[in-house]
Design a protein around this ligand. Structure first.
Ligand SMILES: Cc1ncc(COP(=O)(O)O)c(C=O)c1O
Length: 455
């Protein structure tokens, strides 16, 4: 737990709030209906406001803060780089950028030696799709419903959640399909095996009916993140790999949220014994201390651009101030055994505790997850599985989830909630004591949602 004891500073609170409300135009919001929390500081798994309240960060901000707030090694790496060479344009070679690219290719599967750096996750996906289109000469891209891939034109069109709706049509060459979701099976399956088999049959039908000769790529979050922590059933991603091989389609693994340790492995797809063609990353690569994303490119695909120019670029591709904390991230992971501790805490502490909650709270329909990435799916009725709040609920419809979040915040925990789910995604460096303390808060706050359950 952070040892800093925040003190209330009402004047600073008012000043920060005032500038924010007057001048900052916020993401995904009706500007007059929001009340952003002014944050004064953070350390490790905790941050605090100007009113003297501390919060245990159980959402790692936007599931990017894998090494926690103000990690001294990451901060020092940025400071050292800033003192030496704060920026350099991308067509020149740079030691820090080159080292990070090498380190990323070392943890990638065999046959992935090249990294194209972007500013974030959306443009990583945007460029992965561009690469796939150029290499295959085919334009169409298949993406899942219940997915998020970012906020640029193609990335938001790939997105299979309501954030896409107001942005349509942006890229006419995207088609959505249903991915596996055993708890609410779109295929009426009653086992994970059946879910995988029927999900693959549905995907193959989609490929055939859309025309394999028109499809350049399929993009899949290795574990669907914001849209539910959906763990693919055994064999599903391997089946996707086979379909991509059979029909000449590039398999893009979106690892923006699960890459860099969230599941206790470097990459999410490692858990499913599959190797994609392109890997996109962002968030955890440097915990978001400076914006950074990228595409790891298989040698087979990279070879296409050996003598043909890649028609894309960004002023800040591989920015040294972003790459420096990326290099430091590798050192911290190795020295502190981050992957091992994530696997250990996930299985020894989180899984059993969430399973106990599922047994004890009538509003919990299912818990699922891996490493330090879990979902608690809340329902009104365990038998019918009616969600506690409707899909995409807002305002009064979302009140039970808002009440749950308020109870957590009152008890000093900042939760991640989405539709009818609570996600557990703390920084990977969280102490075991803090992890247990946070789970205690969630356990108690579930009494609020239990009160909504039909008796
Ligand atoms: C799976 C996934 N892909 C892509 C993105 C987009 O990343 P960014 O917001 O860095 O553009 C996100 C962001 O949450 C994500 O979770």
């Amino acid at each position: 737990m952070s040892t800093i004891d925040p003190i209330a500073d009402p004047a600073a609170d008012a000043a920060v709030r005032g500038d924010d409300r007057s001048h900052v135009f916020h993401s995904w919001s009706a500007q007059a209906l929001i009340d952003p929390l002014p944050v004064a500081g953070g350390e490790g798994a905790t941050f605090w406001d100007y009113a003297g309240n501390r919060y245990l960060d159980f959402s790692s901000q936007l599931v990017n803060l894998n090494l926690g707030h103000q990690h001294p090694d990451l901060v020092a790496a940025i400071q050292e780089q800033a003192g030496r060479l704060a920026t350099i344009q991308p067509s020149m070679a740079n030691d820090t950028r080159g080292e990070l690219a090498r380190r990323i290719s070392e943890i990638a599967p065999d046959g992935f030696s090249k990294v194209f750096f972007t500013n974030a996750g959306a443009d990583a996906n945007e460029n992965a799709v561009r690469i796939a289109r150029l290499v295959t000469g085919k334009r169409k891209v298949l993406a899942m419903y219940r997915s998020y891939h970012g906020n640029t034109s193609t990335a938001i069109t790939l997105t299979g959640d309501p954030r896409r709706w107001a942005n349509e049509p942006a890229d006419a060459s995207v088609v959505h399909f249903f991915g596996p979701y055993a708890y609410r099976s779109p295929f009426h399956a009653d086992s994970p095996e059946q879910e995988a088999e029927r999900g693959l049959a549905h995907l193959e039908q989609t490929i055939i009916l859309e025309g394999a000769s028109t499809i350049g790529a399929i993009i899949i979050e290795s574990v669907v993140g914001t849209n539910g922590v959906l763990i693919p059933p055994p064999g599903y991603l391997q089946g996707v790999r086979e379909l991509c091989d059979r029909y000449g389609i590039v398999y893009i693994a979106d690892e923006v949220m699960v890459g860099f340790g969230r599941l206790g492995t470097w990459w999410g797809f490692e858990n499913f014994d599959v190797v994609p063609d392109l890997i996109t990353f962002a968030k955890g690569v440097n915990s978001g201390y400076v914006p950074l994303g990228g595409v790891v490119i298989s040698d087979r695909i990279a070879a296409h651009f050996d003598t043909v120019s890649f028609p894309g670029g960004l002023t800040y591709s591989g920015h040294p101030l972003a790459c420096a904390p990326g290099v430091a991230t590798f050192e911290v992971f190795r020295r502190d055994g981050i992957l091992e501790r994530v696997r250990d805490l996930g299985e020894r502490v989180v899984r059993p505790r969430l399973e106990q909650m599922a047994a004890r709270h009538p509003s919990v329909g299912e818990v699922r997850g891996l490493g330090l990435f879990w979902a608690i799916e809340l329902v009104r009725d365990r038998r019918s599985r009616e969600p506690l709040v409707p899909f995409n609920a807002s305002g009064a419809d979302a009140a039970p989830m808002a009440a749950f979040a308020a109870a957590c915040k009152k008890a000093g925990l900042w939760p991640f909630t989405h539709f009818n789910r609570v996600h557990v995604a703390p920084p990977l460096i969280i102490s075991e004591d803090d992890l247990v303390r946070g789970l205690d808060v969630i356990d108690r706050a579930l009494e609020v949602t239990d009160a909504e359950v039909a008796s």
